[in-house]
Design a protein around this ligand. Sequence first.
Ligand code: ADP
Ligand code: MG
Length: 456
Amino acid sequence: MFNTFIKDPKMLQNLKDLGYVTMTPIQKECLPLALAGRDLIAKAKTGSGKTAAFGLPLLLNLNVSSMRIQSIVLCPTRELAEQVSGELRRLARFAHNIKIVTLCGGTRFVPQCISLEHGAHIIVGTPGRILQHLQEKTINFEHVKTLVLDEADRMLDMGFYEDIEKIIAKMPHKRQTLLFSATFPKEIEQMCNEVQTDAIRVSIEEEAHTSPNITQICYSVEEHDKEEALKGVLLEHDAKSAIIFCKTKVGVAELQSYLVDEGFDALSLHGDLEQIDRDEHLLLFANGSAQILVATDLASRGLDIKDVEMVINYELPQTMEIYTHRIGRTGRMGKEGLAVSFVTPKEEGFFEELKEANFNFVCKAISELNPSRTTPQKALYITLCIDGGKKQKVRAGDILGTLTKDLGLEGSVIGKIDILEKYAYVAIQRDYADKAFDGLCSTTIKNRRFKIWKLG
Ligand code: ADP
Ligand code: MG
């Protein structure tokens, strides 16, 4: 129970409202130590609740009445930074006035400066952009009390070490440093030595390599049979949400276009896409407007995409570590998950290693595939995009109100509503999407007319 370590009644109530009843193992380990101000080196797998493990102590140690920057969270990618700030904002609801600012590349610099002028308690972001702000002197880290390095191994993989060093040089030497990493290569050890003091190691080891609630199936296939086999797998399982992993961006693009040609609602996610498209694809996948996301390993780590029914390794990854991360997208928080892997003759060697490492596979032949239907089912939702967001002070309640009160739609046909900086996205059940679209086009939201697009 959280109340073993947290006494603030408002925080406890907020956790209850968020549906956080019991602590996850990593939270149980980290909370008392981090609250006591210790440096930590923490290791636990994706989806184990690491954000709250550092987020709660960080929020509870904040001096809200001082408008100085007191905590920094460094993340490897913009998606992860957005996710962490989202989670921190939810956790911060116990107090009214905690200001969290996200600073990442891929967005304009000047608006970030304007937002910083109003002051901030917590900065979440990617090293490159944060360093840029430090160099332009638009932020000041002289009063930082806590530094969090989230997904530290990944940041090093991405070549952020020097940027991180330069950022740390701008902080007080006396501070708390919490480091989270899924793996411990030598470089991490070295970094810990340099940036931490008497750090305590916290590690939640997984007994087996993966949670027992993930069923792993493998199909031996020849290269030229793969597309057809994939179609069979998707039709057999009829999953509402599936992530398909390929090794390369080109592979992702080709497979996605094949799936679209075959009638699947498939989107892609890889590093060559514009940031705005990456965000939009993730959003559409998460709100049920696309059942399939074809991705490179950009999506295998950290990203919190809820309720993925199945993961498909269209191509096996290079390492066991990545395999673990990929299949960790399914079967989260104790749910049942399914991971399907295709193994071509060339991949047999690595596949044997996986089996020796105690990954348990059920091996099947593609001739056993038993599609439950001949054509894919369309996604449950269609998303309408509205050209007004936080900037225009559009709130989810306004959109919901217009749809239900003015246009007479049932609340139950309206799905997730996401309000971004300049745009809002609302998921509508497919059969009602036209009605909602036509209605929204010819009415106003908060007495203002907006442009509306239909996506998917
Ligand atoms: P990690 O960083 O370890 O990959 P996250 O911090 O992103 O994991 O958490 C994964 C999911 O679990 C999030 O959706 C989060 O809201 C949820 N979660 C975290 N802690 C708890 C808890 N104690 N009880 C219920 N859900 C939790
Ligand atoms: Mg995380």
